[in-house]
Design a protein around this ligand. Structure first.
Ligand code: UDP
Ligand code: MG
Length: 339
């Protein structure tokens, strides 16, 4: 039986309806990885694509066995697709990269050399964002500022999910069972030795962004709510403020009644204060609800995703003695997922 070398570098590429870019992505990725000269695998995670992504990936796998495919049972979203890829990756270093070539594969070799120097996480920081809308650039910037203000972790400004992770870090991430998987927060939270390389973010090679405005908003909420409980404190702050205001108003009203004999009357005040308090209460309830909803989601303990099929993970690897056993364990741990 033909034995494939155990990959040293695994590259995970989540794809959702990416048929327009896959051939070019594969060409450039393979070229840059071959340049590095270490055994590698490319894992495409097909996140429930509805276009020709599945067919193209099957063809690509057929022509190069170093390219493997994990096909999820439906669209689970970018962050979950990455998590799925992490479970399947076998390399000593794992690189996360988008399918659309916005993150240039050529940067991987720089990441690998930093990794060789002892960094456990090497993230790419975007120097400029050519070809992205001003809206996206501005919202992204404010989002990172906000999340760093609100949470106790520091997420490097202007870094996406394009990064290299050492096996230690991958195992740490896999040990985190949470369902709201805000990867860049999680990577920063686990610690280890982190370094960065700067790169220019290119425009999308083809196709449209798969992040709708709604997906982006939900992603931002996940980021903030899974790493900070500051919004919960808003209730106390607003409560204290409105109580102080009410107290002050009461003193003024009583004072003016006692001194001038002009007792404050007027339904306007009543309506205003009801509106003010009602609004504050609803807001705080909503925020509580967000956390509660998330806690509910976590409590259901559902698997993060289901796999419909995999291509290329059955062949035994070279250095069978140790890797095979690991793989068996890995597979049985996953068996539940694959149902
Ligand atoms: N993606 C995914 N599932 C989704 C949405 C996106 O796997 O539900 C993948 C997509 O195929 C791409 C990466 O996530 O490889 C980043 O998406 P995109 O380029 O559309 O986002 P943007 O760069 O516009 O933020
Ligand atoms: Mg993109």
């Amino acid at each position: 039986m033909r034995l494939a070398p155990k990959p040293e570098i695994s590259v995970i590429v989540p794809c959702f309806n990416e048929d327009a870019v896959l051939l070019e992505t594969t060409r450039r990725l393979t070229a840059s990885l071959e340049e590095i000269g270490r055994p590698f695998e490319i894992i495409y995670v097909d996140d429930g694509s509805r276009d020709n992504t599945a067919r193209i990936l099957t063809e690509i796998h057929g022509s190069d066995s170093r390219i493997r495919v994990v096909r999820l049972s439906r669209n689970f979203g970018h962050q979950v697709a990455i998590s799925a890829g992490l479970e399947y990756a076998r390399g000593a270093a794992v690189v996360l990269i988008d399918a659309d070539l916005q993150d240039p594969p050529e940067v991987i070799s720089e990441m690998v050399s930093l990794w060789k120097q002892g960094y456990d996480v090497v993230y790419g920081t975007r120097q400029n964002r050519e070809g992205e809308t001003a809206f996206k650039t501005v919202t992204a910037k404010w989002f990172y500022r906000l999340i760093n203000q609100l949470s106790d972790i520091a997420i490097p400004l202007d870094s996406g999910d394009f990064r290299l992770l050492d096996r230690k870090v991958v195992d740490a991430l896999l040990a985190m069972p949470e369902r709201d998987r805000f990867m860049r927060g999680m990577v920063s939270w686990v610690g280890f030795r982190q370094g960065s390389v700067a790169y220019d973010r290119a425009p999308r090679h083809a196709g449209d962004s798969k992040y709708t405005l709604l997906k982006m908003a939900r992603f931002a909420m996940d980021g903030i709510l899974s790493f900070s409980i500051a919004p919960l404190r808003l209730a106390s702050v607003l409560g204290a403020l409105s109580s102080a205001l009410a107290l002050l108003g009461g003193v003024i009203a009583a004072g003016s009644g006692l001194i001038n004999g002009r007792w404050m009357a007027g339904w306007g005040w009543v309506v205003l204060s009801v509106l003010l308090l009602g609004g504050a209460q609803l807001l705080c309830l909503g925020i509580l609800g967000e956390y509660l909803g998330r806690a509910y989601g976590e409590n259901k303990r559902r698997p993060l995703y289901f796999v419909r099929e995999t291509l290329g993970f059955d062949e035994p690897l070279l250095r069978a003695s140790d890797t095979r056993i690991q793989e068996e364990e890995h597979r049985s741990a996953r068996a539940g997922f694959e149902g």
